[in-house]
Write a protein that binds this ligand. Sequence first.
Ligand code: G3P
Length: 229
Amino acid sequence: MSIGVLSYPLILLNLKTYEQSTGQKALNFPRVAERVYEKTGINIALAAQALDIQALVDASEIPVFSQHIDPVYPGRNTGHILPEAVAESGCYGTLLNHSEHQIPLDVIKKSIKRAREVDLFTCVCADTIDTAKRIALLNPDVIAIEPSELIGSGISVSKAQPEIVSGAVKGVKSVNSNVTVLCGAGITNGEDASAALDLGARGILVASGVVKSDDPYESLLDLARSMQR
Ligand code: G3P
């Protein structure tokens, strides 16, 4: 498995728009991710702000995701994120419908279509099991179940709401067995990450537990070590 190929278990580190992970500071994270991958063999991908994507793609072999794309085509659009531009930057894929950037189901459908047209991998977020099942019908590559009230809370979804993780895995698979399920929200340590895998998730989405940590390398290493099976 080469570092640039997505495999599971996976840690998708969402850099969001934190001060610690924006602009020049964002460049710390490909290096941290490479070191943790080399030490553990656990695959890590980064979700970056649009303006930081190219620098992160150029900085390492770590797969980079856009945090969003818009279902537009090249032409007369203003202020949108063009799928072709994201693909041309060398991005591996894109998040869609994150709790902090929710879009209607019909826009999710159009966005998945646009992503496929330019060979972008899709990780679509869902805040409930029911939403996850509706999104599974749209055939994304991955669905990430993330109850919005736990995001950034440090209260791990795999500990506080294990039933939403196992329920999302079961529900999504009952609708579309091709979709891989990840989970996120409040995951900050190896125990939380290991619990997520025990509940059937194939990986985790994480942000503040690593980005806002005093030592992002040690925090990411702790997560990765717990996911070695
Ligand atoms: O995309 C993952 C993110 O929403 C989880 O946030 O800070 O709870 O790890 P956090």
